[in-house]
Design a protein around this ligand. Structure first.
Ligand code: HEM
Length: 146
């Protein structure tokens, strides 16, 4: 009885979290890049980041806890290792690394910041993380259904 509940929590948290990353990568960043002023671009980015950051943190915790329960029932495998490694990358980004990266990108005097370049780098980075996330989804489906 607990197994389908844990799996449902696992999948819903992953839908919200990876879906959010997909939305930010495919919709928000292109919108930001069309912004007319640097201030408008930074405000749009910070607004999304602030709101989605909290949601993503909660979802990462839920996915991790439900994942631990699933391991308890189903055991470890290569697919589970792939999911855990990607989960660890996200968790370290959300709970610390991201702040450091933003500080190094935006921490200079405003006349030295090339926002166009920074947002292009950030969007590229999001595409990489999103592609890796699809790999983790594929790994999850593989361990559960192959
Ligand atoms: C990037 C993060 C993750 C993604 C995208 C992900 C995705 C998935 C998906 C799509 C499934 C398949 C469910 C199904 O089709 O029935 C699954 C199952 C599972 N996940 Fe994850 N997961 C992630 C993180 C984790 C973590 C951190 C753990 C362990 C701590 C974990 C452990 C498991 C286990 C044990 C299963 C069950 C496999 C089975 O039913 O045999 N996952 N996951």
């Amino acid at each position: 009885m607990l197994y389908p509940i844990a799996l449902t929590i696992h999948i819903i948290s992953i839908i919200i979290w990876i879906g959010g990353v997909a939305f930010v990568t495919m919709v928000t960043f292109p919108m930001i890049q069309r912004g007319t002023s640097s201030l408008e671009q930074v405000m749009m980015f910070q607004g999304t980041e602030h709101r989605f950051g909290k949601i993503a943190k909660t979802m990462v915790i839920l996915a991790g806890l439900s994942g631990l329960y699933l391991i308890n029932v189903k055991g470890m495998s290569l697919g589970v290792w792939i999911m855990m490694v990607l989960w660890a990358v996200y968790a370290s980004l959300l709970f610390g690394l991201e702040k450091k990266i933003f500080k190094s990108l935006f921490g200079k005097p405003s006349d030295q910041i090339d926002t166009k370049k920074i947002f292009a780098i950030l969007q590229g980075f999001h595409w990489i993380v999103l592609t890796l996330s699809f790999l983790a989804v594929a790994a999850g489906i593989w361990v559960a259904h192959y």
